[in-house]
Each structure stands twice: as C-alpha cells, then as structure tokens.
Write a protein that binds this ligand. Structure first.
Ligand code: NAD
Ligand code: DAU
Length: 342
C-alpha cells in the first residue's frame, strides 16, 4: 500500500506519519509538504532514513508537480492534512487559506481522478459546524449538524468539505471526511493555545487568554486522532463523514491554570487580552457514529495527555525554541504586541 500524507511535516500529519510507519511495516508512506512556517523538516528526522518513507517538498496547489508525483508514485490512498490551520492568521489574511485549503484540495482530487485512487481522505475540523452555546451542555455536533462557519479558516475548510462531497457525487471519487475536535500533543506548533502557554510560562512571560477564557474546546490527544483516521481509511464507508472527539470539554482558562500548576508557575502570569474576532464559544463532538461503526474510542484521558504533552515540551526544548526564536518573534509581536488587556 502506498499512502500519500500531505502536510506531514506539520503537527497532526507528522504524528500520523509516525503512527503509520510503526503500525504497517510493509506500507510506503510519502509525505508531501510545502514546508510553510508551520512545516518543520526536523520533525521528520526520526523517519528520514526509513526505507518505507519518502519526503517531497511540494505545494498541493502546484498542479503540474502534483500530477508528476502521482504518475511516478501511483498512490493507493491520499490523506490530506495540508492546510493553513490557524484561525488568528486567517483573520489577518484569508486569501492563502482559500488557496491552500480549497484549491489545493481540488488539485489533489483532480489528480486522484486522473490517476485513480482507492481512497481520498479529507482531514477536516469540527469548526465547520460553527459553535454551540455555553448554556446547552446537552447539545453536541453530529454529522448531521448544519455547516455554519465563523472564521475565514473554518469557511475554507467547509468549502473544501463541500467540494469533496461534490467530487464523490459528480465523479464517483471514493472519499471520506473526518471532522475532529482540538488536538494536542507532541509537535504542536507554538502559536496554538497549549504549546504557546507552555512556552510562555516556562519563560515567565504573560499568558494571553482571549476574553474571559470561558470558551470551551473538546480536546483530543493527537495519537487518538491518528488511530481514528487509520480506521476510517481502512474500514470507513465511502462517501461518509465521521466526527472524531472524545468528550474532553475544557474551558480555556482552566487549561491555562492547569499548565501553571503543572509547571509550578504563578497564575498571576495570566493576562486577559482582547478577544479573538468572531470567537466560537463551544465545540463538542458526538462521536457515536465512529464508535458504533468502527469501534473507535479515545484512549488518552486529558489529565494524562496534558502531563505527557508538558513532559514532551520539557524534553524537546530545542524543537520549539528554534521555532520561536525565528520569524515567530515577528508574528508574536504583530498578534500580541498591541493587543489591549481587559
Ligand atoms: P499545521 O499547521 O501544524 O500543519 C500544516 C502542514 O501543512 C504544515 O506542515 C505545512 O507546511 C503544510 N502545508 C501548508 N500549506 C501547504 C501547501 N499548500 N502544500 C503542501 N503543504 C502545505 O496543522 P495541523 O494542526 O497539523 O492540522 C492538520 C490538518 O488537520 C489541517 O487540515 C487542519 O485543518 C486539520 N485539523 C486540525 C486540528 C487541530 O486541532 N490542530 C483539529 C481538526 C482538524
Ligand atoms: O477545533 C479544531 C480546530 O482547533 C482546528 O480546526 C484548528 O486548526 C486548530 O488550530 C484549533 O483551532 P482553535 O482556534 O480552537 O485553537 P487555538 O489553539 O488557536 O485556540 C484554542 C482556544 O484558545 C480558542 O478558544 C482561542 C484561545 N486562545 C488561543 C490562543 C492562541 C487564547 O485564549 N489565547 C491564545 O493566545
């Protein structure tokens, strides 16, 4: 089996590459990544010499290069993680989100149609469902929840999902989609909540919580997400959407306080800053379908996963210190430098 993993130098994609190489010693895994600011070749260093692994620096929007690679490699399955993934950046500059997340998806699916494929899998997000109110803890996102997006990022992901389903219906492309909640774990880029708070707390820097920090996210350890995608590409039904999440709802402020506690840092580092525009209040996944059909359940409880994650960041300082010492400094200054406190 030859599997294309796009965006495999990013957070979830790299964890998926490791999972697949460990689980299927006879599979060939080809990672396609443009190496944007979020892609990091050093992340893939442990597998670079694995004879079953190949890395190709490529932009999924580059039709000619993508077709050439399909012709050469003839993949059986494509798993598309490649995306611009950060909501705050999409608010600053939506265009690249539409290009990569929608048009890049189209190029990949056109290649699948042209060269043939057993499965095209789109890695999507629970953000396509919009948000849920805080006062209705009985409500969850199911696969039937209407698409209702808030940010340019989530709109681009929803646009891609609609296109994937259109390619299935119109051209008969064998597709699946997974819509997952917030992941956390090793190799999470330090612009995102959990690694940003760990890095700042370790440096005794302010911990910028948007608004009151009452927004709720449904956290899933990244390895559990990788197992879900593995199951879907092997056993999931073509043309279906699978929600992935593990009933691990947490308020942002509680996560930041927990990180302070684990690191022995004072909560006085917490600074409430101007809220994100259009900030979604609560995400919560109903994972009944993937559980009933494919037997998937999350294995890592948040209390254990967050400890493992903090330990990983302590043990792998070089990985993230290199990242935050470069262009990230400009990003941080731009996003947080003039952000008013509340
Ligand atoms: P990430 O930002 O860490 O990684 C994205 C990767 O895609 C990077 O390696 C980057 O170089 C690559 N990339 C970007 N544009 C590209 C292009 N044009 N061509 C080729 N490669 C390109 O993102 P992540 O958090 O690992 O998310 C991966 C996927 O999972 C995304 O599609 C995201 O929407 C989805 N998702 C993420 C989460 C989460 O909590 N992080 C949850 C649900 C779904
Ligand atoms: O739900 C899945 C989505 O989760 C994925 O589709 C996205 O790719 C991924 O980035 C993530 O989106 P979020 O916007 O939920 O993640 P982020 O880590 O940016 O923010 C999590 C919460 O923390 C959110 O309510 C905003 C808040 N936050 C974030 C940052 C970076 C802060 O309060 N302060 C911060 O500095």
């Amino acid at each position: 089996m030859n599997i294309f993993v796009t965006g495999g130098a990013g957070f979830i994609g790299s964890n998926f590459v490791f999972h697949m190489l460990d689980t299927y010693p006879d599979y060939r895994i080809v990672c396609l990544d443009k190496l944007t600011y979020a892609g990091n070749l050093s992340t893939l260093a442990p597998v670079m010499n694995n004879p079953n692994f190949r890395f190709v620096k490529i932009d999924i929007c580059d039709r000619e290069a993508i077709y050439k690679l399909f012709e050469e490699e003839k993949p059986d399955i494509v798993v598309n993680f490649a995306a611009e993934s950060h909501v705050d950046r999409s608010i600053e500059n939506p265009e690249i989100f539409l290009q990569t997340n929608i048009l890049g998806t189209q190029v990949l699916m056109d290649a699948c149609r042209k060269y043939g494929i057993q499965r095209y899998h789109q890695v999507s997000t629970d953000e396509v469902y919009g948000d849920l109110p805080l006062d209705r803890p009985d409500l969850f996102f199911t696969e039937e929840t209407p698409i209702h997006t808030s940010s340019p990022y989530s709109s681009s992901k929803a646009g891609a999902d609609l296109l994937v389903m259109a390619y299935h219906r119109t051209y008969g492309l064998p597709v699946t989609i997974s819509r997952c909640s917030n992941n956390y774990g090793p190799y999470h880029f330090p612009e995102k909540l959990i690694p940003l708070m760990i890095a700042n707390a370790l440096a005794d820097k302010p911990l910028p919580v948007y608004g009151e920090g009452l927004n709720v996210r449904d956290w899933l350890y990244v390895e559990d997400h990788c197992r879900a995608i593995d199951l879907i590409i092997h056993k999931g039904r073509v043309g279906e959407v699978y929600n992935v999440g593990g009933h691990n709802e947490m308020k942002n402020i509680d996560i930041v306080k927990l990180i302070c506690k684990e690191l022995g840092k004072p909560e006085s580092l917490i600074t409430h800053v101007e809220d994100r525009k259009g900030h979604d209040m609560r995400y919560a996944i109903d994972p009944t379908k993937i559980h009933n059909e494919l037997g998937w359940l999350p294995e890592t409880k948040f209390a254990d996963g967050i400890k493992k994650t903090i330990k990983w960041y302590l043990d792998n300082k070089e990985w993230w210190e290199t990242i935050i010492s470069g262009e990230y400094q400009n990003y941080y200054e731009k996003m947080y430098g003039n952000r008013g406190t509340i």
